[in-house]
Each structure stands twice: as C-alpha cells, then as structure tokens.
Design a protein around this ligand. Structure first.
Ligand code: ATR
Length: 328
C-alpha cells in the first residue's frame, strides 16, 4: 500500500504505524526494556516508520528514546502534551495547553526521546480553559524554533480544528476511529478532508476487542485500564463480542485475520487516514502490517458499517469521556 502524507505536502509514512502506549502503560505491566527495544527494532526493520507516544504514557518516551538511538533518522516520531497527572495518586489534574506548559513539556520530551526535534507534536486533549488559538500560537513558535516539525490536535472538535488551522496549518488530528467508534465521521472527518489534514486513527482495533483475541470476562492483566472501560464491562463485553463475529466472517471470506479487516476498514473508510494499532508482540505486529494487502468489497464494508450503531457502552469511562470535552 502506498505511503500516506501527514498533512498536505507533509512527510509520507507507512499507513500502518505503531501506537507505543501499551508497551509501557495502561495495558498492565510495562514490557521489560530489552523486549521493548527488540520489538521496536523489529518494527523498523519491517518498514514501520511512524511511532506514536505521549508525555502521559509513563516511561514510554524514555523507552523509545533508548530503543531509537542511532535509528532516529529512519522514523517519523510523534508525541503529545497537555494532560497533567499527579502520579503519586494517579489523579488527573486537567489539561494545560498554555505556552509555559508546552515549553516545559517539549523540552522534557526532547530529552526523554533523545532527539533534537519532534516530527509531530499534539495537544493531547482539549484545554477548555483557553482558546485553541493560544495553544496553536504557542506550538507555532516551537515550529519556528525547530523543536517540532508539525502540529497536531488530538480529540479536537471540528470547530477547534478550523480555528487552530487558521493560526498555523494543523498536519494531523488524532482520534479514536474504528469499526466500533465512528463519531468522527459526522463533523471532524469532513473538516479534515476539506483542510488537507490527516486523521491518525488510534485504537483502530477497539483496544483489542475487534481482533477477537480477547474473550469476555478474562484475559485482562492486573492494572489493565480496560477493566474499567464500559465496552469491556460484563454484559456489554459479551454483546460486543457477538458483533465481532461479523468481522470474523468477513475475515474468513477474505482469507485475512479480524485485526487486518479492522485496519483495512479504517484505511478504506478514509483515504486521508493512517492507523496506529498498538501491540507488544512481534506476531501481532506482522499480522497488522498484513492489513495493507487486504481489500474489502462494497458488501464487506456495508456489513462492517452496520456494526457501530449496535455497540454497547461508551468508549471511555466517565472520567475519560469528561476529558474529551466537546471533541466531536
Ligand atoms: P491502542 O490504541 O489503545 O493501543 P488498539 O490498537 O485498538 O488500541 O489495540 C491494542 C490491543 O490490541 C492490545 O491489547 C494488543 O495486544 P498485544 O500487545 O498482545 O498485541 C492487541 N492487538 C494488537 N494487534 C493484534 C493482533 N494482530 N491480534 C490480536 N490482538 C492484537
């Protein structure tokens, strides 16, 4: 599959990148350093060139920094700032999109990542306390100073995307987008297509649910945040897995895996999208890269398109939904 650009005229990347969060955070215990480094090196060797992390992902930036030593030039590196957490209690402290916080955060990310520039720097969540123009204005200065190459927004509303884009071109908007989560199609995706902005689709595998590999009621490690995610709650999980069978049927007919169908669906639904599935396993990474060869028929798309309306549970718990603000 051809590479896709990040922002109009921007860097072209493999449409299947790697979301690195799960290597270090939120899906149970972090991977041991040596294993994580091995996986990241294997990913690069297999042609993955877009790596996504964030200040919020605990030790993930440091992990990437160690693994990417000597390989920085081969990859497009994206990270994010904004949400603040009291790590001693785990309490979320809101989102700070101020220039002062952007400057603090970018310096720390550059140090942790062991690089002198970030290819794509996102505001990770909306900061309802200030106009988006202020944050994008601050990021524009970081572009001019060479610390970041492009600006992104994550979970931003169509209105904020337009307003931010008027201050400085927004290269990418990162939002959850998958067969089960299609809110973005109403207003955000049309705005992105009009403005030449790339959609970076996170959780394209529905946090693993769409792959069919997770069976209801078990399979979640200690500390896995999905245990409090409404879609993985008892009855909802069972009901959602029944929908996953429709993905499995398409996969069988296409001689593909469900994960590949889920990724191919995103790439077919939005020609300006790239996906960043997360994985900690080489076999799954290879499986995901195989999605580039899967083409779905109009009938496949129609049967997959019918599923989102039947999904049980919101995509985050209440705290997670609240921080999205009016993102759609
Ligand atoms: P996120 O954006 O949060 O990383 P995601 O990409 O939708 O979410 O899904 C990530 C989950 O899917 C992880 O739990 C990952 O588990 P492993 O680390 O065990 O791989 C799982 N996953 C990723 N690719 C997979 C594949 N091809 N088959 C089965 N599970 C997969």
């Amino acid at each position: 599959m051809d590479k896709r650009e990040i922002g109009r005229g921007g860097t072209r990347v493999n449409p299947i990148g790697l979301g690195c969060m799960g290597i270090s955070a939120f899906y149970g215990p972090p991977m041991p350093d040596a294993e994580a480094t091995k996986l990241l090196h294997e990913a690069i060797a297999l042609g993955v060139d877009h790596f996504d992390t964030a200040e919020l992902y605990m030790d993930n930036e440091e992990q990437l920094g160690r693994a990417l030593k000597g390989k920085r030039d081969q990859i497009f590196l994206a990270t994010k700032f904004g949400p603040l957490v009291d790590w001693s209690t785990g309490r979320r402290l809101g989102v700070d999109g101020s220039e002062a916080n952007a400057r603090r955060a970018v310096e720390q990310s550059l140090r942790r990542l062991g690089t002198d520039h970030i290819d794509l720097y996102y505001l990770h969540r909306p900061d309802a306390s200030r106009p988006i123009e202020e944050t994008v204005g601050a990021l524009k200065k970081l572009v001019e100073e060479g610390k970041i190459r492009a600006i992104g927004l994550s979970e931003a509303s169509a209105e904020n995307i337009r307003r931010g884009h008027a201050v400085h071109p927004i290269a990418a908007v990162q939002t959850e987008y998958s067969i089960f989560t299609r809110d973005v199609e109403t207003k955000v995706l049309p705005a992105l297509q009009e403005l030449g902005i790339t959609l970076v689709a996170y959780s394209p595998l529905g946090r693993g649910m769409l792959t069919g590999a997770l069976r209801a009621g078990g399979d979640l490690a200690q500390g896995d945040f999905r245990a409090s995610n409404p879609r993985f709650a008892g009855d909802a999980w069972a009901a959602n897995l029944a929908l996953v069978q429709a993905i499995e049927s398409v996969a069988k007919a296409r001689n593909a895996t469900s994960a590949q169908v889920a990724l191919a669906w995103v790439l077919a639904s939005a020609p300006n999208a790239v996906v960043i599935p997360g994985t900690t396993k080489l076999a799954n990474l290879k499986d995901n890269l195989g999605a580039a060869k899967v083409s779905l028929s109009a009938e496949d798309m129609a049967s997959l398109n019918a599923l989102a309306a039947q999904v049980k549970g919101q995509r985050y718990d209440e705290q997670g939904m609240a921080i999205l603000g009016t993102s759609v």
